[in-house]
Design a protein around this ligand. Structure first.
Ligand SMILES: *Cc1c(COP(=O)(O)O)cnc(C)c1O
Length: 400
């Protein structure tokens, strides 16, 4: 095979060349006298990605799932009551973990394709006048269904009822890609990982915690060791870790974070919106295809989950794209297996790259019996990208 294999799964995402080069270095001494001077500003600058000034950020050798566990085990106690909602494979796994760690979980079951049911949370919080609920948990961007939820509204529900519960948010596929405002939304534990918006390989769990969550850690009684905040705080104070850190990933993180900060988070968010709108324009042009997300209010700007047309096996589409067209698409997870495929459009990405993926999808769809018009989706995306091209409005003397 010549050329690149095209990676359009919603994580791991494409790693930019400067980030890869920054990681291609000899092993280094993680106790070297100058290592702390590298780590301290890195931990500080990570706050920018979460939009927090008052919180602190922990980085663990872990995947994102570990940060669910770090958040829960450090701040809660067995039997604590928490509110959660389930509307896709990731929110499902988080509920499963909370239950297995011994929390008393009240789960709102939501149709896959919709997201956080703010009214349900609000109703139960208002009824909880004794303030038994210790934490409210929500998946910001459900990567399995391509659904984003309104965390600001969930914060408002807590504020309106004057409820003191902590707010935990899974931002694994949103932080660093779409608006995430830790301080403004009053998020107490913000869970993320390295291989999505941070454009790195998997291997770093990134968790931002508020002062309130740190205070809760003082009285929480859940067993914890590897993920203990206390051990991290003690060693992070001078820029070191309680065990061997993933030094190369941290070198890569320095560069990817610098890239996000140099582009400007608002510009990063706008870029993801533009890409997502192009993908959605393509889906609208593919006869018989439909987003899993049940309406524009749920549209995710980092991943689109798409139902294949009636009678077309989505798993076969994904396989064909991989085998014939060197393109990896996201699979339909759990109950979406065989029904839907996903296009990840987050991270290090531009419109022409995405048009390549859309082209592969069209060929694979047609190979598997979909009666879509060749090029229709790509054309729709192209027109969107032309209309929204930066500098278009000011380019002098250029006809549209
Ligand atoms: C990817 C993802 C996870 C799991 O992260 P891992 O790094 O695979 O452990 C959790 N939640 C969401 C929303 C995700 O997209």
């Amino acid at each position: 095979m010549s050329g690149y294999h095209h990676l359009f799964i919603p994580g791991p995402t494409n790693v930019p060349e400067p980030v890869r080069q920054a990681m291609n270095i000899p092993m280094e001494d993680m106790r070297a006298p100058d290592f702390g001077a590298f780590i301290l500003p890195l931990l500080e600058d990570l706050k920018t990605a979460f939009r927090t000034e008052t919180g602190r950020v922990f980085v663990y050798p872990s995947s994102g799932t570990g940060m669910w566990e770090a958040a829960i085990s450090n701040t809660l106690s067995p039997g604590d009551k928490v509110l959660m909602s389930r509307f896709g494979q990731f929110s499902h796994l988080w509920v499963d973990m909370a239950q297995r760690l011994g929390l008393d979980v009240q789960v709102f079951e939501v149709e896959w394709g919709r997201g956080v049911p703010v009214e349900d949370y609000a109703r139960v919080l208002a009824a909880d006048t004794g303030h038994k609920i210790r934490a409210v948990m929500a998946t910001h961007n459900e990567t399995a269904t391509g659904v984003s939820s309104d965390i600001r509204a969930l914060r408002a529900a807590l504020d309106q009822t004057g409820h003191p519960a902590m707010l935990f948010v899974d931002g694994v596929s949103s932080v660093g890609s779409i608006p995430f405002e830790m301080d403004a939304w009053g998020v107490d534990c913000a869970v993320s990982g390295s291989q999505k918006g941070f454009m790195l390989p998997a291997g770093l769990g990134i968790l931002a915690v508020s002062e309130k969550a740190l205070a809760a850690a003082k009285s929480s009684t859940m067993a914890r060791c590897y993920f203990s905040f206390d051990d991290m705080i003690a060693t992070n104070a001078t820029g070191y870790f309680p065990y061997t850190p993933a030094t190369q990933l941290l070198r890569g993180l320095r560069v990817s974070l610098d890239m996000l900060i140099a582009e400007g988070l608002e510009n990063v968010w706008a870029r993801h919106t533009r890409l997502a709108e192009g993908a959605r324009a393509a889906v609208a042009a593919w006869e018989g295809c439909e987003l899993v997300a049940r309406g524009p209010e749920w549209h995710s700007d980092t991943v689109s989950a798409i139902y294949a047309p009636e009678g077309v096996d989505a798993a076969a589409v994904i396989r064909t794209a991989y085998e014939r067209y060197q393109t990896s698409l996201g699979t339909g997870l759990a109950r979406l297996a065989g029904k839907a495929f996903r296009i990840g459009h987050l991270g290090s990405l531009n419109p022409v790259m995405l048009c390549g993926a859309l082209s592969a999808v069209e060929m694979a769809l047609r190979d598997n019996g979909a009666r879509i018009t060749p090029g229709a989706g790509v054309a729709a995306a192209q027109e969107h990208f032309r209309a929204t091209a930066p500098g278009k409005a000011t380019a002098p003397g250029k006809a549209a």
